[in-house]
Design a protein around this ligand. Sequence first.
Ligand code: MEV
Length: 315
Amino acid sequence: MKYFARAPGKMIITGEHFVVHGSFALAAAIDKGALVKAEAFEDIEVKSKELGLVASDIKVPHPLKPTIEAIKATLEFIGEKRGVKVEINSDIPASSGLGSSSAVAVATVAATSSALGHDLSPEEIVHLATISERITHGKPSGIDVNVSVYGGVILFKIGEKVKLIKLDRDIEFLVGYSGIERQTSKMVAKFSEMKRMYPNFFASLVSSSSCLTEIATDALTKNDLTTLGSIMSLFHVVLNQMGVSIEELDYMVEKALEVGCIGAKLTGAGGGGCIIALPKSGEARIVAEHLKKKGMNISIVKIPCMGVEVWKEER
Ligand code: MEV
């Protein structure tokens, strides 16, 4: 029996990087993600359409190592002797800050276990997908995997239960892609440099990030876009000062504000990847058109979006 799993990518609304050091961060699932097909097989075989690569349990091209390890961990966890044949499709550009590796890991774990007749709990999927994310990113906070599993909007802090944030209406954001790839682990190391030189100042910023993220969460639930947007822009300045922005992202933030967005910032690890911008209510389309005319790669993301879903092939 073939099973499919679809897991969303994410955008971090506030608190990226600081979250690695204990701050709250606010993140939302987006309507782009990874689709994984899996069926029981005698060995392990993984095909990635985007990467044009195939891996087996004996020959693993480097980019597919995290996926193979997620599958092996899943088989061990559910006590399966059989293998699995997996096919991955993703519509999130790799290394863009939109959680492509987490979406692939989450969908792979969910499809693999289902194809072998095991239902995993959300916590178990988070646990197994994190094994893959550690290979990709070193020491991730876990926010990407959690938002991909639970979907919607989450308030996340390391070591605390994920808080699912209810929205009583849809909210539109813009995502602007710089087209520049970067490595999350390098950006995390760069951001953390200040911790060694100014540990107390750094700790104070982590706690400011937590407070501001809680205010931003409250503003999001109350549809107070003015407060939310101003906190987003402030985060961009701080992330820039911490060395994880680049000119291209600053330019996109500036242009998003020029055409009337309420707030804008880089999202994810920075150093390339994407910005997010918050348009005034009902203005997403028109503002997106203005930005496209300026040559920017823009899409509109409506939140909240679903977390990981699994279904049999007949569907
Ligand atoms: C990456 O999507 C977000 C970072 O905060 C790293 C992490 O949380 O693991 C930069």
